[in-house]
Design a protein around this ligand. Structure first.
Ligand SMILES: [Zn+2]
Length: 126
């Protein structure tokens, strides 16, 4: 479902998590055959969670999730409500409001401004 690496243009292949991590996590990984970019899939499927990410982007996506997920995981708002807020903050349609689809700039925007947006209702464009 992903044919080419969005970083280097090389071929992308789908491997099991067992093959990739040496342990079966129940999903698959789309990985570039040349560089270190990869992305996981939804459990039990080959549907990618988003676009391929290199190390920098993977770290930023992890940070973004670490900041965002507690809003709904800890019951402060519903998952649906949290994503609605995120889509409002990011100024993105809901279908594109998935951290797995975010690039570096979008991750940084979330990391730097989402908490303020929730607390104060302001979008910090800094
Ligand atoms: Zn690549």
């Amino acid at each position: 479902m992903i044919e080419k690496c969005n970083y280097c243009g090389s071929q992308v292949i789908c491997v099991s998590t067992k093959e990739f991590y040496g342990r079966d996590y129940g999903g698959n990984i789309w990985k570039c055959t040349s560089c270190d970019a990869y992305v996981g899939t939804h459990k039990g499927s080959k549907v990618p969670l988003g676009t391929l990410a290199n190390k920098e982007l993977r770290q930023l996506r992890n940070q973004a999730h670490a900041l965002f997920d507690p809003y709904w995981r800890k019951g402060r708002m519903s998952r649906h409500g949290a994503y609605r807020k995120l889509s409002e903050f990011m100024n993105l349609p809901k279908a594109e409001t998935h951290i797995g689809m975010f690039d570096v700039d979008k991750c940084r925007k979330l990391i730097n401004g989402f908490a303020d947006f929730i607390e104060k209702g302001v979008v910090n464009h800094g």
